[in-house]
Design a protein around this ligand. Structure first.
Ligand code: CMP
Length: 141
């Protein structure tokens, strides 16, 4: 029974393109209506150093320099969502990386036409969630 499963947590970023486009409410509403709990929420503007830490696995990739410029280019909303199987649930709700290919009904499929400016980031595994939550919200530890 889902009600007996312990809650899991995921680090979710509503990226600078979503803030600039006035989509924070739309995206947060989807998560709230799904029944997920918001355990932390904060507006932040990233330094380059912090972006490098968050995207440690991507820093050597060719797409990283423009991704870094984008992610540090304006405020974003960082949140920790909690709920039963939240990591997988949120990944399903945001859709695949490239907004042009993401399924209709997902955040990216409905609202993004880019594989960089794709509105949302969400932890992709329990290990990533643990690492990302410790980085962004160490007080939740
Ligand atoms: P995110 O889920 O935050 O994880 C890594 C990010 O890099 C991804 O979303 C996109 O914003 C970006 N990204 C991944 N692949 C590409 C790509 N091929 N070209 C440009 N940006 C990318």
């Amino acid at each position: 029974m889902s009600s007996s499963s312990p809650d899991e947590r995921s680090l979710v970023l509503i990226k600078p393109d979503a803030v600039r486009r006035g989509l924070v409410g739309e995206i947060l509403t989807r998560f709230e209506r799904k029944g997920l709990r918001i355990d932390a929420l904060e507006v932040r503007t990233l330094t380059g150093e912090f972006a490098d830490e968050h995207y440690a696995e991507h820093v050597d990739k060719p797409f990283y320099p423009p991704l870094k410029a984008f992610m540090t280019g304006g405020p974003l909303v960082a949140l920790v969502l909690a709920g039963d199987q939240v990591i997988e649930v949120v990944r399903g709700m945001i859709g695949s990386t490239d907004g042009r290919k993401a399924a209709a009904g997902t955040v990216r499929g409905d609202l993004s036409l880019s594989n960089r400016e794709n509105l949302v980031h969400a932890s992709d595994s329990p290990d990533s969630a643990k690492r990302e939550i410790a980085l962004w919200f160490p007080q939740l530890g």
